[in-house]
Structures are given as structure tokens and as C-alpha cells.
Design a protein around this ligand. Structure first.
Ligand code: NDP
Length: 492
């Protein structure tokens, strides 16, 4: 796979790599050094509409949608196998582009392979049902693909969060147009190159690079757009929902969170501290489901915070490609400044920085976007650092006296994606899990998900869901067919 500051990544439309109508390229920066890692084509509104046209033609004229689902499944299995065969190269590309440690990128690519396999197996199970109705009638439903589905992806898990919705859309027989984030387009392009080799008809999987405001909006408003799946900020999610509304285009939105992690005094505190470390410092905290608000029982607050502080202090920072690195840089210098702004705000509103809170300035890190893992305490519940999604390695700490207070504090947020709790008591686990206003709850685990389990938020965290067998419903509509079989046949 081509790599290096001159390597070009183009749009992939109709099975061909094309530079785009503008003929422009822009540097893609390695966040560990802020030096160019590759050049990416700058797509335009015209390219977006062209991709939609090509996708629609492929949908209508190729045998992808009409074919036996098992054949689509086989193509997706082949795609998974091809990706698995190049997993190390893909992981490297993801790390160079996004910054996360190679160990995490390897995990991301393995997750993509597993997602493709899961939905490959589902492709021949897009079933309808037979429904009893009165009289001499038969009623049944058939499931049909929607047409051209649009997928707008973020930069924090570039390939994983793209394929999480692309895989079920393809399995159900749709044609796909994917727009990766401008900061991290590389693995999406590399992935689309594999589609041809796997036997997907040209035009069934297209990738358009370019800005959200131009290319993203053109895709969402294109008359051929049959559904939109978006992962990113609430602000852009709202904009996309508004743009899709006039044509009643269905929208799935995954918009981030401000996850609470509740630690009861009976928990395995060693495991809890490690899990919390992963839940906020993994991927440098750039996770929609980050466990970013620690709520710890007041009786164990001081020793527990000390454990978490120790973990933060000893995490090895460095470029994701270096051996043994546990936390990489933030995705861009702008994002680093954005996260530091929250830390400043927390300080100014009376909070204390228990550990971290500053850019790493060692000579080998200074050019990159490295932030020290940060723990904040005593930040007022009304401050921006506690209310808003920071999307960085920043944990805020508060304490509670009983389960009621823990639930109240946990639910006191506009978001509702993932909540975590640590306890050995089964009754506490079940009763608190039920009372948490979130789409997902993990007990005695750091944030964990699988392709077969639904991934969804409530409140400001979004609408619809991804993953799990029922994700196929998002991409295959139901048609009801009612037949009266009581009509006497005419004699010949
Ligand atoms: P955005 O929501 O701006 O971007 C996500 C995707 O949407 C990108 O592909 C982007 O393209 C595209 N996009 C932007 N504007 C439009 C538009 N008007 N129409 C269609 N598509 C559009 O996220 P940011 O990258 O700016 O991150 C901002 C904040 O969002 C983060 O700090 C974090 O809080 C949150 N976030 C949450 C994520 C999650 O997993 N839930 C993931 C990423 C961010 P382009 O890259 O070209 O702008």
C-alpha cells in the first residue's frame, strides 16, 4: 500500500480512482509530527453528485441488489479476507493518519474484518414474514434495499466507524457513497480499492473526499440519497437532519456523549481503575463513548482517585508507530487547542488539575499534538468541562453518597450514549443499569462493544442505532404484499 508524503489518495467512483473535478490535492498531516503523510484529492459538489449518479446506475443495472443474498455475502467475506491479509498495512496507515497507537489501530482493523464477516453472514437472511389475515388471502412482507445510501464518517475511528454502517448497507443490497472526514481519508480510499478485487460491481462502493460543508451537504441533499448515516458532532448532526427532512430521507445519527462511570465501594477497585484509564485515555479520549465523568463513592474517593492519577501519570506517550506507546497525539493541532480550552475553563471555574492538563513538551513530542492524560477534580457541575463533550484524554471527578445520588448525577447530562458502573453486587448492577438514561450500559467493563450488539444513544447522543442483526432494518425496507386467492380462475 502506497505510503509517504507524496502518496496520492484519490476519490473512488465507479471502481476508478479519480482526482476530482477541481484537480486539487491537500496534504494529510501525521498528528505525531504535523508533517505531511500523504496527499488527498479535494472533492467538489460536482464530484458528489457524479458519485451519486454512478451509484444509482450501479444499483439499478448491476446484479448486486437483485442477486441472491448469499452471493453478496460471499463478496463481503472476500472483502473481509482481503482486508485481513493487509491488516498490518491498514493499521499503519490508520496510525500515521489519525495518531492512535498501532496496537489500537490493529484492534480497529480486526473489528472491521469481524463486522464485514458478521454482515456477510447476514446477507442471505434479510427475510420477510408471512402474516395471517382473514378470508382467502395471503399476506407477506418482502425486504428491499433502499437504493443509494450515504455515510458521513468522523475522524476518531476512520475505517471502523465507516464500515460499521457500510457493511449492513451492502449486505442488504444497497449501493454506497461514503464521505470520510477530511482529516482522515486514507483508509477509506485504501478500502475501496479492495472492493473491486473482492468482486463488488463497479459503483456499488464509492468514496468521495472533500469538505463536509460542500461534499457532505451535496450528498445528503442529492435527490438520489435514500438514507444518511452520520457519526460526529451534534451540531452537524442537526444540520444533516434538517437537510434530509424536506425529502423525508431517513437519518441515523451517532452524536457522541459525556459518559458517566460510577464506582461503588464494593467494586474490584484495581480493575475499575484500569478500566477507567482505558475508557478515557484509550484513543487519547477521542471517543464518543468515552467514560469522561468519574462518579466515585465518597468513602473511597481519595484512594481511588490516587489510583487513577497513577495510571494517568505513567502512561507512555509517543508517536503511535513507536513500540510500547500507550497514548498517541490528538488528531490535529486545532483539536489540541480546543481540548486545552476546556482545561483552562475548568481551572477558571474553580476546578483543580489532579494530573496532566498541559501539552507534552519533551523534545521528541513537542512538534506533535500530545496532551498529557488529565484528571480534573471539583469542577462545578455547571461548567463546560462537565457539561460538554471534550473529546480528549480529560476525566472529571465527582463523588456521591448513595445510589440515588449516583443515578441523578449520571443522568444530569444532555447526552445518553454509554454509562459504566463498577460493583460486585448484582442487585445494584441491575437496578442502577435500568435507571441510567443511556443507550448502552457496561458493568465491570471498560467501554466494550461487538458487531452483533446494538450501538445506540438516547437524548442528545442521537437517533437510530448501528450494529447488531437489526441494523439491517435501517437499510432494507419492508413491503407488504396482500393477495386474494379466492378469485375463481377463469376456465380456459
Ligand atoms: P463534525 O461533526 O464536524 O464532522 C464529522 C463528519 O461530518 C466529517 O466527515 C465532516 O466532514 C462531516 N461534515 C461536517 N459538516 C458537514 C455538513 N454541513 N454536512 C455534511 N457533513 C458534514 O466533527 P468534527 O470533526 O468537527 O469534530 C467536532 C466535535 O464533534 C468533536 O470535538 C467531538 O466532540 C464530536 N465528534 C464526535 C464523534 C463521535 O464519534 N460521535 C466523532 C467526531 C467528532 P469534514 O471532516 O470535511 O469537516
Amino acid at each position: 500500500m502506497a505510503e509517504g508524503s507524496d502518496a496520492r489518495f484519490e476519490l473512488v467512483i465507479g471502481g476508478r480512482e479519480v482526482p476530482g473535478a477541481k484537480g486539487e490535492h491537500r496534504p494529510i498531516l501525521d498528528p505525531a509530527t504535523n508533517r505531511p503523510a500523504a496527499q488527498a484529492a479535494v472533492g467538489s459538489r460536482d464530484d458528489a453528485h457524479h458519485a451519486m449518479e454512478v451509484a444509482e446506475t450501479a444499483f439499478r443495472e448491476s446484479n448486486w441488489a437483485a442477486d441472491d443474498g448469499a452471493r453478496r455475502g460471499k463478496a463481503l467475506y472476500r472483502l473481509a479476507a482481503l482486508l485481513e491479509g493487509q491488516a498490518e498495512a491498514f493499521a499503519r496507515l490508520e496510525t500515521i493518519n489519525m495518531g492512535k497507537p498501532l496496537r489500537e489501530s490493529r484492534g480497529d482493523i480486526a473489528y472491521v474484518v469481524r463486522t464485514l464477516e458478521y454482515f456477510a453472514g447476514a446477507a442471505d437472511k434479510v427475510e420477510g414474514e408471512s402474516i395471517p389475515v382473514p378470508g382467502p388471502r395471503i399476506d407477506y412482507t418482502v425486504r428491499e434495499p433502499l437504493g443509494v445510501t450515504v455515510h458521513v464518517a468522523p475522524w476518531n475511528y476512520p475505517l471502523l466507524l465507516s464500515i460499521r454502517s457500510v457493511a449492513p448497507a451492502l449486505a442488504a443490497g444497497n449501493a454506497v457513497v461514503l464521505k470520510p472526514a477530511s482529516l482522515t481519508p486514507l483508509t477509506a480510499v485504501a478500502f475501496a480499492r479492495l472492493a473491486k478485487e473482492a468482486g463488488l460491481p463497479d459503483g456499488i462502493l464509492n468514496v468521495v473526499l472533500g469538505s463536509g460543508s460542500e461534499v457532505g451537504e451535496a450528498l445528503v441533499t442529492d435527490p438520489r440519497c435514500a438514507s444518511v448515516t452520520f457519526t460526529g458532532s451534534g451540531e452537524v448532526g442537526r444540520r444533516i437532519a434538517e437537510l434530509a427532512a424536506p425529502r423525508f430521507v431517513p437519518v441515523t445519527l451517532e452524536l457522541g456523549g459525556k459518559g458517566p462511570v460510577i464506582v461503588f465501594p464494593d467494586a474490584d477497585l484495581e480493575r475499575a481503575a484500569k478500566g477507567i484509564g482505558y475508557g478515557i485515555f484509550g484513543n487519547a479520549g477521542q471517543m464518543c463513548w468515552a467514560a469522561s465523568r468519574l462518579l466515585v463513592h465518597e468513602s473511597i474517593r481519595a484512594p481511588f482517585v490516587e489510583k487513577v492519577r497513577g495510571i494517568a501519570e505513567h502512561l507512555k506517550l509517543g508517536p503511535g508507530t513507536a513500540e510500547g506507546v500507550e497514548m498517541g497525539p490528538l488528531v490535529s493541532s486545532d483539536h489540541l487547542a480546543h481540548v486545552l480550552d476546556y482545561v483552562r475553563d475548568a481551572r477558571e471555574s474553580g476546578g483543580t488539575v489532579v494530573v496532566g492538563g498541559a501539552k507534552a513538551d519533551e523534545p521528541d513530542l513537542a512538534a506533535g499534538n500530545f496532551l498529557r492524560p488529565t484528571v480534573l477534580a471539583d469542577v462545578p457541575a455547571s461548567s463546560r468541562a462537565v457539561r460538554e463533550e471534550i473529546f480528549g484524554p480529560v476525566l472529571s471527578v465527582a463523588s456521591f453518597s448513595d445510589a440515588d445520588e449516583a443515578v441523578r448525577l449520571a443522568n444530569d447530562t444532555p447526552y445518553g450514549l454509554l454509562a459504566a458502573l463498577w460493583t460486585r453486587d448484582l442487585a445494584t448492577a441491575h437496578t442502577v443499569a435500568r435507571r441510567l438514561e443511556s443507550g448502552m450500559v457496561v458493568v465491570n467493563e471498560s467501554p466494550t462493544t461487538y458487531p452483533q450488539t446494538p450501538f445506540a444513544g438516547v437524548k442528545g447522543s442521537g437517533v437510530g442505532f448501528e450494529q447488531g442483526f437489526r441494523a439491517l432494518d435501517t437499510f432494507a425496507r419492508r413491503k407488504n404484499v396482500l393477495i386474494n386467492i379466492g378469485v375463481a380462475r377463469k376456465k380456459a
